[in-house]
Ligand binder design. Structure first.
Ligand code: FMN
Length: 263
């Protein structure tokens, strides 16, 4: 049976997880930023996976848009995997609603803790802790892959704290497209263009002397901030002293690939 995994990533965690699942299931990998721009043909009885980062206890905007454009009617099995910095769980009710509207009610959803990339709130974990998370993630991916092979029905849901936090999702997710207004660029900017290359939303036009233009179609993923080699992009003062984070296995070329572009 054909298996395809759609993924969205800002700093590589979800791509690393998607790759690990894909290698165990011999699946094709397709970036969601590329998939929303081109019609997707889901083969009859295909197994479809969707891997994404949790945003304010819910799905990123681009993943919601994808689920509103794709038809899952042909799919034989549909599963979702969230990567997240905390332990909130998976947004099972949002997933079930969107997946059903796309033509196939979600069969399974899981969540996996990975290093938190939301540095406006807190610094990413230390390297040793990151490594422990990667090891634990690989163990959970092994379990997930077996469950998918056996077409198991298994909906992990939100923790109690995650459900309480749920009220924040709606207002927060609406602010993300224009959240780029808060980005600042320091004099360290070397105009290398990496921020524009990695941006999954093609939201950045490089200007001279660091005068980048932000197009207010931001996904809020923070790829620009974390991948900038000069650490020149910040959100106010809060992020200036915080370390950057990106998954060690994910390159700038990988980030371009998720939007259907090669180097
Ligand atoms: C805009 C934004 C909102 C986030 N909200 C949450 C959240 O509500 N709960 C959580 O545990 N992690 C949250 N995070 C952390 C990410 O979900 C986590 O680090 C994820 O693994 C990043 O995946 P990526 O590298 O594929 O982008 C958030 C990150 C961003 C950028």
């Amino acid at each position: 049976m054909n298996t395809v995994i759609y993924y969205f990533t800002g700093t590589g965690n979800s791509l690393a997880v998607a790759r690990d699942i894909a290698s165990r299931l011999d699946a094709e990998l397709i970036g969601i930023p590329a998939a929303v721009k081109a019609p997707q043909e889901i083969q009859k009885d295909a197994c479809v996976g969707i891997v994404y980062p949790l945003y304010a206890g819910g799905l990123p905007n681009v993943v919601v848009r994808f689920l509103k454009t794709v038809s899952l009617r042909n799919a034989g099995y549909v599963f979702f995997v969230a990567t997240e910095g905390g332990k909130m769980g998976a947004p099972a009710s949002q997933i079930s609603r969107l997946s059903a509207a796309a033509g196939h009610t979600a069969d399974a959803c899981w969540w996996i803790q990975m290093p938190d990339n939301y540095i406006p709130l807190s610094a990413p974990p230390e390297t040793a802790e990151q490594k422990n998370m990667y090891d634990a993630a690989r163990r959970k991916v092994a379990v997930i892959a077996e469950s998918v092979k056996n077409r198991e029905h298994h909906l992990e849901s939100m923790s109690f704290a995650g459900k309480l936090f749920g009220f924040a999702y709606g207002p927060f997710i609406k602010t993300l497209p224009a959240s780029d207004r808060k980005f600042t660029i320091s004099a360290n900017c070397s105009e290398c263009g990496v921020c524009a290359e990695v941006c999954p939303a093609d939201n950045i036009r490089i200007g001279e002397h660091g005068n980048n233009v932000w197009l207010h179609q931001c996904e809020g993923c923070l790829a620009c901030l974390h991948f900038c080699p000069e650490e020149a992009i910040n959100i106010g003062k809060k992020t200036e002293l915080r370390a950057r984070y990106r998954h060690p296995s994910v390159s700038i070329a990988d980030m371009k690939k998720q939007k259907g572009k090669s180097l």
